[in-house]
Design a protein around this ligand. Structure first.
Ligand code: C2G
Length: 134
């Protein structure tokens, strides 16, 4: 049983997120998502449109996701790898080489998957705002 772990805010769930989750799950047999809490988003300088509970419920409805856990700090990742016996940590390529993840190489496999171009939660928010104004 290969267990895969990934992290994110997953706000306004879109096909870029789904592409990541599908490919991450395909690397193993079980996918855990560390979902950024609203407090942690504030730490990341992000304000999600949907709150944690809503984002969690939406993620849990995705066929590729087996378990959603809260991501509350940057530092919890090694503990999560050990607690959930993750064999692989997967992130989108925008995180490639980040010290926030690179140290995990001593404890598990670390895989960066290409981001899906042309879509992001912030773009969606911007475009929705423009439509509202028309
Ligand atoms: N992603 C992607 N393609 C996009 C948008 C996002 O592959 N067009 C990926 C990101 O690279 C990330 C995941 O989808 O792996 C979730 O994206 P975000 O919710 O934006 O996550 P982020 O804010 O980068 O949070 O501790 C790590 C952070 O919690 C990651």
């Amino acid at each position: 049983m290969i267990r895969v772990l990934t992290y994110g805010t997953y706000d306004l769930l879109h096909y870029g997120h789904i592409n990541l989750l599908r490919r991450a799950r395909a690397l193993g047999d079980y996918l855990i998502v560390g979902l950024s809490t609203d407090r942690f988003n504030a730490l990341k300088g992000k304000t999600a449109f949907h709150d944690y509970e809503t984002r969690k419920r939406m993620l849990e409805a995705v066929r590729y996701v087996d378990l959603v856990i809260p991501e509350e700090t940057w530092e919890q990742k090694l503990g999560d790898v050990q607690t959930y016996k993750a064999d692989i940590v997967v992130m989108g390529s925008d995180w490639k080489g980040s010290p926030r993840f690179e140290y995990l190489r001593d404890y598990c496999q670390l895989v960066y998957l290409d981001r899906t171009p042309g879509i992001s939660s912030s773009d969606i928010k911007e475009k929705l705002h423009l439509i509202k104004e028309e």
